[in-house]
Write a protein that binds this ligand. Structure first.
Ligand code: GN1
Ligand code: MG
Length: 370
């Protein structure tokens, strides 16, 4: 079957069962169905009979992740490290991070001549949310702070960049400018006002890259996609179990992860709803308090002070990325309707404007935390 332009494909259940047969799962497959709501990879839930776990099967989009083996190697290292730390603390080693399932010949992923596939164990009794209460937001903040802290002593070299320049704002702006210049989908006229608004902010939004190059802001190992629905909670207790979707774990700045969470969880509206967009300061305060507590003492004063700026930066970056994809004719993100990327970009821009209005109080709140 041909791949869609954004790399998504439909597969029959018998094809998917054939893929699963290459992986070292326990039990017999009872069914395979679509699962989750990512915009990049295709995800399935694999049910099994017997006492073993169910599984998650993913077709990794290799138009986005050119080196899937690198992605899998990063994930293996990060999960092993987190599992060791959790076990040492007496935590639930089976549910504190992902458990990748190797192929029967011991590889971390499978190439079937056309697509790249991987599997993990499904974490039983877990759920995720699109909207959080303040108490869930505080728990999540603590989990992300702890995630960063645990990865400060990952042994060996830093994980490789699975998408080169993923959060490089200067690169994202060059991509937008090129998309506007090429105007492949003939959509530039419709969005010229938005492009101008983004250009007016370009100078201040590329400040982080300059601070990084000057050695003032340390690079850490970050998650890279801290969307609210990438956190799993225990469905019973409401405690955070783990952070999932580790494809973009790589060197970066902590403000990016903090900011992407602010972008997704502190927004009153959905990611693609321009009318509903707006900052929920109660969620922000709860998350920020949890994050600073979970991070403990590894943050430098500048890293800490720039956390709210991360919210503005990641929302700006996402506005730019959705708009770039719209101008290119919807080749990157899966879309659910023709103008979806435009709605997404407008919604992110509306949120950005509201974050700009709230950044003073956000900074004051962080400064006031012990
Ligand atoms: C993509 O596929 P998903 O939903 O995990 C994207 C993120 C964006 C997000 C916006 C590799 O994540 O960077 O923030 O959509 N992932 C990649 O919803 O580009
Ligand atoms: Mg993702």
């Amino acid at each position: 079957m041909p791949a869609g332009r954004n790399g998504s494909m439909e597969h029959s259940e018998s094809k998917l069962r054939g893929v699963v047969s290459h992986f070292a799962i326990r039990g017999a497959v009872s069914g395979v169905e679509r699962f989750g709501n990512g915009w990049i990879n295709d995800t399935y839930r694999v049910g099994t009979s017997g006492s073993g776990p169910d599984y998650v099967l993913q077709r990794v989009n290799h138009l986005v992740f050119a080196d899937v083996e690198l992605v899998q190697e990063n994930i293996r290292r990060v999960c092993d490290h987190i599992r060791r730390k959790c076990a040492a603390r007496g935590g639930d080693a089976a549910r504190c991070t992902l458990t990748p399932v190797p192929t029967r010949d011991g590889r971390l992923c499978l190439f079937d001549g056309e697509s790249w596939w991987r599997m993990t164990e499904l974490i039983a009794g877990a759920c995720s949310y699109e909207q959080l209460t303040p108490s869930l937001a505080c728990n999540t903040g603590r989990a992300f702070g702890d995630f960063h802290r645990m990865l400060t002593d990952l042994p060996g070299d830093p994980p490789g960049e699975t998408i080169p320049g993923f959060h490089d704002m200067e690169l994202r702006l060059r991509q937008l400018r090129q998309a506007a210049e090429e105007n492949r989908a003939g959509r530039l006229e419709r969005v010229r006002g938005l492009v101008d608004e983004l250009e007016r902010r370009a100078e201040s939004m590329t400040e982080v890259g300059r601070l990084g190059r000057a050695g003032e802001l340390p690079r850490r190992i970050v998650h890279g996609d801290t969307k609210v629905n990438n956190v799993l909670f225990d469905a019973g207790s409401g405690e955070v179990l783990c952070v999932i979707d580790l494809d973009t774990v790589m060197p970066g700045y902590v403000l990016e992860d903090f900011g992407d969470f602010v972008r997704s969880a502190c927004n009153r509206g959905a990611e693609d709803d321009p009318e509903g967009a707006g900052v929920d300061m109660e969620i922000f305060r709860a998350f920020a308090r949890g994050y600073v507590e979970g991070a403990g003492d590894f943050l430098t004063p500048l890293e800490r002070a720039l956390l709210p700026f991360g919210g503005r930066l990641l929302t700006y970056m996402q506005t730019v990325r959705f708009l770039t994809d719209y101008l290119q004719g919807d080749t990157y993100y899966k879309i659910l309707r023709p103008e979806h990327n435009l709605d997404r970009s407008r919604a992110q821009f509306a949120l950005l404007c509201d974050i700009e209005r709230h950044e003073g109080p956000m900074n004051d709140f962080i400064a006031g935390l012990r």
